[in-house]
Design a protein around this ligand. Structure first.
Ligand code: SF4
Length: 326
């Protein structure tokens, strides 16, 4: 088993707004091993993206990391100075987003932007950076690397822009790529190509990937392990096989029931009633209880802890399994 590349312990991120304190991340802990693809999954508003931004130490104002530790290769990123984080961010850890258009500067060519990224994070000449850019464009499947180099972002399709973003992450030497809904804005066929590219880079480059997604089907196809988030904390985690095929938590069961027929065979799609808590108004006990079809009296009182529920790595926070494990 590979050593953890990233270990997050009891992370809390709050946003102090005029309406009150929004608890976006509420005690998240997980580890990602070197060379694995780890899925962080949940509905919008469950704290997935904020967790990714916290790893980059790039939480937008008025958000703040209130508590917790983020170890990357054994070093606590929380204690790093802003100048140290500038080297790590975009260098050793890179992040790509749903909409690559928003990440690329429209007034500079793709080549200028990747070369700038390379020279900021690697000790190479401009000529070497240009050659490295060509190599990376080829690596991510962009044809005619030299012409792509001189192309402006608006001249590229969404899929090609996302490939440029992935090339930039590789070119700067990133060991961890945080991919936040990287295929959500793309056509279905292009989605499959980008996911295949990420899997291939993991194999060929040893890239470690944190895949943030709302789509358990994507997780089933690409990830080794997964953590399911709800209301800013993890409610179930384990290997993809355990979480998707020995599912324990009613929220994960609800997400699976709402999937099209890609993971399980069924007659009709179901919905999880209600909506995710807004983080502003805390819900007593298990925060999933207003939406849970299996809610019990005990669920309304104290939040359940994350406990082992099956194979060694499979854990869930739900009172349904407390007696079994007592
Ligand atoms: Fe449902 Fe209770 Fe389990 Fe929460 S603790 S998921 S409310 S059964």
């Amino acid at each position: 088993m590979n050593a953890p590349l990233l270990a997050i312990e009891d992370l809390h991120v709050h946003f102090n707004t005029y309406a009150g304190t929004v608890r976006a991340v509420n005690g998240v802990s997980f580890e990602i091993r070197s060379g694995e693809m780890f899925g962080l999954v949940g509905e919008s508003g469950c704290g997935k993206t904020v967790t990714g931004l916290a790893i980059m130490r790039a939480i937008p104002s008025p958000g703040r990391i209130m508590k917790g530790r983020i170890f990357f290769q054994g070093e606590d990123l929380i204690t790093k100075s802003e100048s140290e984080m500038r080297d790590i961010r975009g260098g050793r850890i890179a992040m790509i987003f749903q909409d690559p258009t928003a990440s690329l500067n429209p007034v500079f060519t793709a080549g200028y932007q990747i070369s700038l990224q390379i020279t900021q994070h690697r000790h190479v000449s401009k000529k070497e950076a240009k050659q490295l850019a060509f190599d990376m464009f080829s690596e991510v499947g962009l044809p005619h690397a030299k012409s792509i180099y001189n192309t402006y972002p608006h001249e590229l399709s969404g899929g090609m822009q996302q490939r440029v973003m992935i090339a930039m992450a590789l070119a700067s030497g990133a060991e961890l790529l945080i991919a936040d809904e990287p295929t959500t804005a793309l056509d279905v066929t292009i989605q499959a190509q980008i996911l295949a590219l990420l899997s291939q880079l993991r194999e060929s480059e040893g890239l470690t990937i944190l895949l943030i997604t709302h789509d358990l089907g994507v997780v089933a196809e690409t990830c080794d392990r997964v953590a399911v988030t709800y209301d800013g904390h993890i409610v179930e985690s384990g290997t993809v096989d355990d979480v998707l095929y020995q599912t324990k938590h009613p929220y994960t069961q609800g997400l699976l029931a709402a999937l099209p027929d890609t993971v399980r065979h069924k007659q009709s799609l179901e919905v999880i009633k209600g909506s995710v808590p807004d983080g502003l108004h805390s819900v007593s006990g298990c925060s999933f209880h207003p939406r849970c079809p299996k809610v019990m009296d005990i669920c309304l009182d104290q939040p359940p802890s994350l406990i082992i529920v099956g194979e060694k790595e499979h854990s869930a926070s739900c009172y349904l399994y407390m007696e079994e494990t007592a």
